[in-house]
Design a protein around this ligand. Structure first.
Ligand code: DOR
Ligand code: ZN
Length: 346
């Protein structure tokens, strides 16, 4: 038996949804994580400070008895967003970041941003007050191949934006490429990058070879193996630019196993055991705490958690639930495709 104790981790990119889905899946995150940056792409999206306050209340009401999980709220940036509303929501402590979805890039992003010029007053205000911008870093130009959309976003959107507004604090969400990891590493202290659990485990072959695997489809889509390996190097490096954001994104099975399946991998249930497996494989268990529990709070200027999480490796593989049954329907838990011997000691 082997074990490791780390400060309780946080999830710096999480989809909690609403209603019956929220009720069904929230315990999966609250079990291991102390806090999470909660994505605002509901229908309709969380646009104003008032929307975020109401959503936060719904999350807190859905928490299991005795859970101490703290939702860190975000706003969905639109071309109509009011800089004063953002600043007030940040000043009150309610909102910890604003999310940029290029319109059409992913699930419920149609209300996102088409023209960055239109949101410059909001971004300037955020730069002035130090409020981070979380970016879904993919261009939506139909001419750009889906596997190139992240690299093109860095060159044509992110890099010019950061040159124009160098004080703006930016999180490159769910990076999936060698280019993304390299850009984040050189980004100075105004830049961070989240990495998901699943992008450390699957490449595009896992998604497509031997039949399409809808539960491995997410956005940004998994790339070729060289990129997965670059992400593993970044996550296990201990470098402060990189921290965990699972992008755990539940959809009911009926909408995943579908002719036009939704994007999202649901990893809330088994992320910490999977990360222990990955970090052990990379000979970097001693850097798991930096990635999952220290680098994120440091970027967000929050204290690291004082409580601890213990991961234990047993001789026999650990069985995780295959599905989480919610009142909205069953949600399939990410299956890494290999036996996992680690589990969180409860
Ligand atoms: O795979 C994804 N699912 N990527 C996203 O950007 C959005 C998310 C969702 O909300 O389902
Ligand atoms: Zn996401």
């Amino acid at each position: 038996m082997q074990e490791i104790t780390i400060r309780r981790p946080d999830d710096w990119h999480l989809h909690l949804r609403d209603g019956a889905m929220l009720q069904g899946i929230l315990p999966e995150s609250a079990r291991d994580f102390a806090r999470a940056i909660v994505m605002p792409n509901l229908v309709p999206p969380v646009v104003t400070g008032a929307d975020a306050a109401a959503y936060r209340d719904r999350i807190l009401r859905a928490l299991p008895e005795g859970a101490t999980f703290e939702p860190l709220m975000t706003l969905y940036l639109t071309e109509g967003t009011d800089p004063a509303d953002v600043a007030a929501a940040a000043a009150s402590g309610l909102v910890k970041a604003v999310k940029l979805y290029p319109a059409g890039a992913t699930t419920n992003s149609h209300g996102g941003v088409r023209d960055l010029d239109k949101v410059m007053p909001v971004l300037e205000r955020m730069a002035a007050i130090g409020l981070p911008l979380c970016t879904h870093g993919e261009v939506t130009d139909p001419e750009v191949d889906i596997f190139d959309r992240e690299a093109v976003f860095i060159d044509t959107v992110l890099s010019p934006l950061r040159a124009r507004l160098p004080e703006l604090r930016v999180v490159m969400e769910h990076i999936t490429t060698e280019e993304g990891a390299a850009y984040a590493l050189e980004g100075g202290d105004t830049l961070g990058a989240t990495i998901t659990t699943h992008h450390l485990i699957i490449n595009r072959n896992h998604l497509l070879v031997g039949g399409i695997k809808p539960h491995y489809y997410c956005l940004p889509v998994a790339k070729r193996e060289a990129h997965r390996l670059a992400l593993r190097r970044a996550a296990t490096s201990g470098d402060g630019h990189f921290f965990l954001g699972t992008d755990s994104a539940p959809h009911v099975d009926a909408l995943k196993e579908h002719a036009c399946g939704c994007a999202g991998c649901f990893t809330a249930t088994n992320t910490m055991p999977l990360l222990a497996h990955v970090f052990e494989e990379e000979g970097a268990l001693d850097r798991l705490e930096a990635f999952a529990s220290l680098n994120g709070p440091a970027f967000y200027r929050l204290p690291a958690n004082e409580t601890r999480l213990r991961l234990v490796k047993s001789a026999a593989p650990h069985a995780f639930p295959e599905k989480i049954l919610t009142e909205a329907g069953p949600v399939t838990v990410f299956n890494p495709g290999f036996p996992v011997h680690w589990h969180v000691e409860s």
